[in-house]
Design a protein around this ligand. Structure first.
Ligand SMILES: Nc1ncnc2c1ncn2[C@@H]1O[C@H](COP(=O)(O)OP(=O)(O)OP(=O)(O)O)[C@@H](O)[C@H]1O
Ligand SMILES: [Mg+2]
Length: 228
């Protein structure tokens, strides 16, 4: 579904990722683990075309994406929920969702409200007034309305209370059950372990380890890299 081959990228002249390769198959949830500054967000941004690509390639269903702007990548089926969520503070929850809705495909307003009943309860509230967890739900819901084939989630549990972490975990599991491929950048191993089929561990912009969650969780080096 998504293939990253020896990708080198960064910001302007600053190189952050060094020959990163990974694969995401249809219906798979893959975690991207690594400490602060390891390059997780940079990798997701690079897949979306938001960084300077210096080498290698990203393929979506075998189509090379080099040179394509992020909105084209979104149209081709990449859904990206950035770390900073980017809710429109002046728009209501409904309006935030309507902005993203393209009018065709599996995901409708009704369906995202079924997935996130809380959003329906607060549909009229202004985006700027939402709690962190509500903002995260809205950010995910909004991306779903673009009917992505692949979902890139950047630390969806960051700053959330444990109960909301559970809600988000439930949503990721439901999306996985629908066959969506999900790449999940996370530091929260407790959240990731039951959800992810496999993981890649990044350090200093390189993939240091990869494997199933069970394999990685037992690896001493991985535990060190993740400060467990
Ligand atoms: N806009 C930017 N310009 C220059 N360097 C950047 C920029 N954004 C990030 N970096 C650098 O790239 C490296 C990787 O950062 P990145 O945000 O990808 O890490 P991360 O794994 O997502 O960390 P975190 O867990 O803290 O979110 C860091 O050294 C960071 O300082
Ligand atoms: Mg990050």
């Amino acid at each position: 579904m998504l293939r990253v081959e020896k990708l080198r990228s960064g910001y302007g002249k600053i190189r952050v990722l060094h020959e990163v390769s990974l694969r995401l198959r249809p219906g798979e949830v893959v975690a991207l683990l690594g400490r602060n500054g390891a390059g997780k967000s940079t990798l997701l941004k690079s897949i979306m075309g938001l960084t300077t690509q210096m080498g290698g390639e990203v393929y979506l269903a075998d189509r090379p994406l080099r040179g394509l702007p992020s909105y084209t990548r979104a149209q081709l089926g990449l859904g990206y929920v950035p770390e900073e969520r980017r809710i429109f503070p002046e728009l209501s929850v409904s309006e935030n969702l309507e902005v993203a809705y393209r009018g065709a495909g599996k995901w409708s307003l009704k369906r995202v409200f079924t997935l996130f009943p809380r959003l329906e309860q607060i549909a009229a509230r202004r985006g700027g007034l939402l709690s962190g967890g509500e903002q995260q739900m809205l950010a995910v819901a909004r991306t779903l309305l673009t009917n992505p084939k692949v979902l890139l989630l950047d630390e969806p549990t960051e700053g959330l209370a444990p109960i909301l972490v559970k809600t988000i975990a439930g949503v990721v599991a439901e999306l996985k059950a629908t066959g969506m491929a999900i790449l999940l950048a996370e530091q929260n191993l407790k959240f990731t372990a039951p959800l992810a089929d496999r993981a890649y561990v990044l350090e200093s912009g390189e993939v240091r380890m990869q494997g199933t969650m069970a394999e990685l969780a037992q690896d001493k080096k991985v535990r060190e890299l993740l400060s467990l």
